[in-house]
Design a protein around this ligand. Structure first.
Ligand SMILES: Nc1ncnc2c1ncn2[C@@H]1O[C@H](COP(=O)(O)OP(=O)(O)OP(=O)(O)O)[C@@H](O)[C@H]1O
Ligand SMILES: [Mg+2]
Length: 298
């Protein structure tokens, strides 16, 4: 692991002071999306969750890639029940929550169940509403969505306060990310989006990639794009995937783990979520708010 020790974080933190955890804060809800598949959403979700947990945050990680779930596979978990059982009414949301590494709570989903990809808007809304009955202490809810612009992705993204779009430096990833940003901002009232450049060579490549997307988005869309940062291409991340572990835990000094930790610190610096309590009502309120705005425009 000697090569890990000399690694410089691509995000090159100028102020690495840790942010002190506060005892009781409103829940921050972050949806992780992309246009194109396979760009690293699940790895970003899992490792951001892990890095936030290392900082002392109470993290709930939801696998919202409803038909092709794989948070459990990435972490080597074997859930008995998942969101399919919540939809069928066999289990409550609280009953399917399992414990992952570093004290992260996980809401697993199913893989290879076509019905889960065909849920109605009412069923998506029902799932999101189920969060208000979830009585576990949470500082951050991370929602790993599926690729593309399926209804489920749009529902979860507009119910979250923060949307992170993961993009790689290749034409199809950039085009598809732009298409997602366009649909989110134009049709779903999501006006603040964070861009994460994954699998970059260095920080300059990440910044350039962001500038490319921001230039076009600012010209044609009414959206505020913010640069979240970059995660370098890293063989240690692949090794961690093979070991079914978060790279932040398996190889904490690798360059991708360092980058994820920097991103977790940036999350703490985002403006505070607005909500009355440290429960998940905000997630639900946002959904209801967005639903009425959405209906008003129909
Ligand atoms: N920073 C990285 N460095 C090296 N490999 C990476 C990195 N990020 C992701 N990968 C590789 O890409 C693969 C796909 O990542 P992941 O499953 O997180 O993508 P995804 O966007 O969630 O895919 P899907 O759209 O299928 O849900 C991983 O198994 C891993 O091998
Ligand atoms: Mg995924």
């Amino acid at each position: 692991m000697a090569d890990q020790a000399q690694v410089k974080d691509v995000n090159d933190v100028k102020n690495p002071k840790p942010v002190a955890p506060s005892p009781r804060r409103p829940v921050r809800v972050i949806a992780v999306a992309s246009g194109k598949g396979g760009v690293g959403k699940t790895n970003v979700s899992v490792n951001l969750a892990a890095a936030l947990a290392v900082e002392g945050r109470k993290v709930l990680l939801m696998d919202a890639d409803l038909g092709l779930a794989n948070v459990d596979i990435l972490l080597g978990l074997h859930p008995r029940y998942d969101l399919r059982h919540v939809i069928s009414g066999e289990r409550t949301l609280a009953e399917i929550v399992i414990d992952g590494p570093l004290g992260i709570h996980i809401i697993p989903a199913s893989s290879g169940v076509a019905r889960m990809t065909e849920l109605s808007s009412a069923e998506h809304a029902g799932l999101i509403r189920a969060f208000s009955d979830l009585d576990i202490p949470v500082d951050v809810l991370i929602v790993d969505t599926g690729a593309g612009i399926a209804d489920s992705v749009l529902s979860f993204a507009r119910a979250a306060q923060e949307v992170v779009v993961v993009v790689c430096d290749e034409p199809s990833s950039i085009t598809d990310a732009y298409a997602l940003i366009k649909v989110l901002s134009r049709d779903h009232g999501v006006t603040r989006i964070h861009i994460l450049a994954n699998m970059v060579r260095d920080s300059a490549q990440g910044e350039k990639l962001f500038a490319k997307i921001a230039r076009v988005a600012e010209q044609f869309l009414d959206v505020n794009l913010q640069y979240f940062g970059a995660v370098p291409h890293d063989d240690f991340l692949r090794k961690a995937v093979q070991r079914q572990a978060a790279v932040v835990e398996a190889y904490p000094r690798s360059k991708s783990a360092l980058a994820m930790k920097t991103l977790a610190k940036r999350v703490d610096k985002w403006s505070a979520p607005i909500a009355a309590s440290g429960r998940l009502e905000f997630f639900v309120e946002r959904l209801i708010e967005q639903e009425s705005t959405f209906e008003a425009h129909q």
